[in-house]
Design a protein around this ligand. Structure first.
Ligand SMILES: *Cc1c(COP(=O)(O)O)cnc(C)c1O
Length: 340
């Protein structure tokens, strides 16, 4: 049975996120994305999906094709155990490359159910969409009866109260959430307009269920988190200012010591790449100097600062960090930069 608290977080989510009428809670981001593509396939009656190299949508079989983050770090972006039958329904595109998406859609007329994307990528470092990219995907989807799925497991309730849909003013057809929405407990969710959500069981034919989905403990944590975000009109600005401050400080420290690098940043998401070229997709992210990253990581750790242990992870700035914390971080970078 649903609980009152699940209804309350559902209503609050729907009020914060643009273009959704209904939301269903699950237990992880993996489940949210897995259920979202099943819904898209059922709704469109088509089988294939397009995902982008370097994007991570959890560990369900359909997505373990050129997956980002931990999968790249451990050298298994394509996992054993995923059958050829499953893999053939996942088409791979290059992030920020509309031409490439167009070619795939032309070559697979009338069989693509959905394009799923991290609308700001966070699992190959932080890679924002170039101007026109998301708009282009929206229009390709509109003209080919394809659903656009935004995987906002990282960006939802972080880059804006309404996520990237709000930040970039683009409507997705299905949106996936996780991480922030659980306030530290295991929660995921997916949401869409009525027309699509009503295709889910029990109203519609696409099955989805879960014993612990919407359990009151997890819902209480998520609700407390969303209420806190919703009540603090200055939060997103404050986070962005802190992230910008860190960005400038790290860039100065690395430049002073002639360390080749590129920093990507949007809102409270930031990543440092030891690379000369712009980092705009998986290939350019993979060009970063991993040996330098390892020295950087261990140098920082020795100074008591534990950054994400992979060159492909984004850093997320929390409001709990003070400017003293940021100054200490920048000072540590300055100290170790001469040895990089
Ligand atoms: C973390 C993540 C997931 C998977 O969420 P889990 O809760 O770890 O299953 C899916 N998509 C994105 C973009 C993520 O960052």
């Amino acid at each position: 049975m649903p609980t009152a608290i699940e209804t309350e977080i559902a209503e609050l989510s729907v009020s914060m996120v643009p273009n959704i009428d209904k939301i269903r809670f699950v237990n992880s981001g993996t489940e949210a994305c897995m259920s979202a593509i099943r819904l898209a396939r059922g709704f469109t009656k088509k089988d294939k999906i397009i995902k982008f190299a370097g994007c991570y949508h959890g560990h369900s079989d359909s997505f373990l094709i050129a997956a980002g983050s931990g999968a790249i770090t451990f050298g298994t972006p394509n996992s054993p155990g995923v059958t050829e039958g499953t893999a053939k329904d996942t088409l791979l595109a290059r992030y920020n490359d509309l031409e490439n998406v167009n070619e795939l859609v032309e070559a697979n007329k009338d069989v693509i159910a959905a394009i799923i994307i991290e609308p700001v990528a966070g699992n190959m470092g932080c890679i924002p969409p170039v101007d026109g990219f998301l708009e282009g995907l929206r229009s390709i989807c509109d003209s080919n009866d394809i659903l656009l799925i935004f995987d906002e497991v990282m960006t939802g309730f972080r880059l804006a109260n309404g996520g990237v849909q709000e930040l970039k003013n683009i409507n997705a057809d299905i949106v996936c959430f996780g991480k922030v929405v659980g306030g530290g407990l295991p929660v995921g969710a997916f949401a869409a307009r009525n027309e699509i959500m009503n295709y889910l069981a029990p109203i519609g034919p696409v099955y989805q269920a879960g014993t612990l989905s919407g359990n009151p403990l997890a819902m209480a944590a998520g609700l407390a988190m969303l209420k806190t975000i919703n009540a603090d009109a200055d939060l997103m600005n404050r986070l962005e200012e802190k992230t910008k401050y860190l960005h400038n400080g790290i860039a100065d420290a690395l430049n002073k010591n002639n360390v080749t690098h590129t920093i990507n940043r949007i809102g409270s998401m930031i990543s440092v790449h030891f690379s000369e070229d712009a980092v705009v997709d998986f290939d350019s992210a993979a060009k970063g100097n991993n040996d330098t990253f390892k020295k950087f990581f261990h140098g920082m750790l020795n100074k008591g600062i534990y950054i994400a242990p992979s060159a492909f992870e984004t850093w997320f700035i929390t409001d709990a960090l003070t400017y003293e914390d940021l100054n200490e971080t920048i000072a540590a970078v300055e100290d170790i930069a001469k040895d990089l």
